[in-house]
Design a protein. Structure first.
Length: 338
């Protein structure tokens, strides 16, 4: 039995050499795959690894660039666009690419309207359960027409067989859209998405940190019955000071304390006018709900700043250490530590 055989269908040559494991289509090495199993597995794998959007761009780019190769093939055969329109149906139909009909052709405007039906990509998409037309096939013909016209041709799918129509209708026209631009656009989009994701993570972590700072910064500490201490830490801006005053108003009454000791030890050495006014406001707030305010942690430098300020902090009882402040509060209440 002969290991070589050939057949001619519609003017196109198919050749087999079983001894060499070789199949040729029009004299070029070719390969055969089952569409709804092997090729579907290939498409599924690309989408699984790359994601749907990236996979679609990969197929679109591959289809277009393969189309350019076919366009060069037709050019070598000295075929113009009108000739190609006549041979395309047999060329692609014989290779199992489905039906293709050139419905409209305007060489002057370089525009073409193409009807596609039962393409191998449609069969794969159908097996995948897709509801949107694939990008390989329409981009492939865009590549062919780009090669033939000598200018970049792009496409727009007017109707799709996968969406329930009898066939695809694809319009082709000159455009500045290219596969290279699409690749760059997707890369920028992915980069933007990554940046937005990182920004969202940073915002979430910042909110968590701010919440933690609010909990840890300037806590209300009931040291003894009737006495609470609020250590002031760092530098206070409007947001921090407002939060602390609200926290004080909302939480101090439950301690039923008579004395509020504000510990200034942890404040920045450079006490700003804003912070000084804030301390006075906090002390006044405590007074309004029946508590007496005592300032502790007053260093010599801080005492000079307080005495020179116009905030009224000097009106409060001031002590150098927290221990002194607590003893004073207990003494005012007629109590002492034994």
């Amino acid at each position: 039995m002969s290991q070589e055989s050939s057949i001619n269908i519609g003017g196109l040559s198919f050749q087999w050499n079983l001894e060499k494991g070789q199949f040729k289509y029009e004299g070029e090495d070719a390969v055969l795959f089952w569409i709804s199993s092997a090729m579907k597995t290939l498409f599924d794998s690309i989408e699984e690894i790359s994601g749907l959007e990236s996979a679609s761009l990969v197929l679109e780019t591959t289809g277009f660039r393969q189309g350019l190769v076919v366009g060069e093939y037709f050019q070598k055969m000295k075929l113009n666009i009108s000739d190609v329109a006549k041979v395309l149906p047999n060329t692609y139909g014989s290779a199992g690419w489905g039906e293709i009909v050139i419905k409209e052709l305007d060489p002057g405007k370089k525009s073409i309207l193409v009807q596609l039906k039962n393409s191998w990509e449609y069969k794969i998409n159908q097996a995948q359960g897709k509801t949107k037309a694939g990008s390989f096939m329409p981009a492939h013909y865009a590549g062919i027409f780009s090669g033939l016209f000598g200018t970049n041709i792009w496409y727009e799918i007017r109707q799709s067989q996968i969406e329930g129509k009898d066939h695809d209708i694809v319009e082709y026209f000159p455009s500045d859209i290219t596969v290279t631009k699409n690749i760059h656009q997707l890369a920028r989009q992915k980069e933007t998405e990554q940046i937005q994701m990182l920004e969202a993570v940073v915002e979430d972590k910042t909110r968590e940190l701010q919440g933690l700072v609010k909990e840890l910064s300037s806590p209300i500490i009931p040291v003894l019955e009737g006495v609470v201490v609020v250590p002031l830490l760092g530098r206070y801006d409007e947001a921090r000071s407002t939060d602390l005053i609200e926290k004080t108003l909302n939480n101090l009454p439950k301690y039923q304390a008579d004395y509020l000791i504000l510990d200034l030890t942890g404040l920045d050495k450079d006490l700003s006018d804003y912070t000084a006014h804030f301390i006075h406001k906090l002390g006044s707030t405590a007074n309004l709900i029946g508590m007496k305010t005592i300032l502790v942690g007053i260093s010599p430098e801080l005492s000079i700043i307080i005495s020179n300020s116009n905030t009224g902090l000097a009106q409060y009882d001031c002590f150098q250490t927290l221990q002194h402040g607590i003893y004073y509060a207990l003494g005012q209440a007629g109590r002492k530590i034994i």
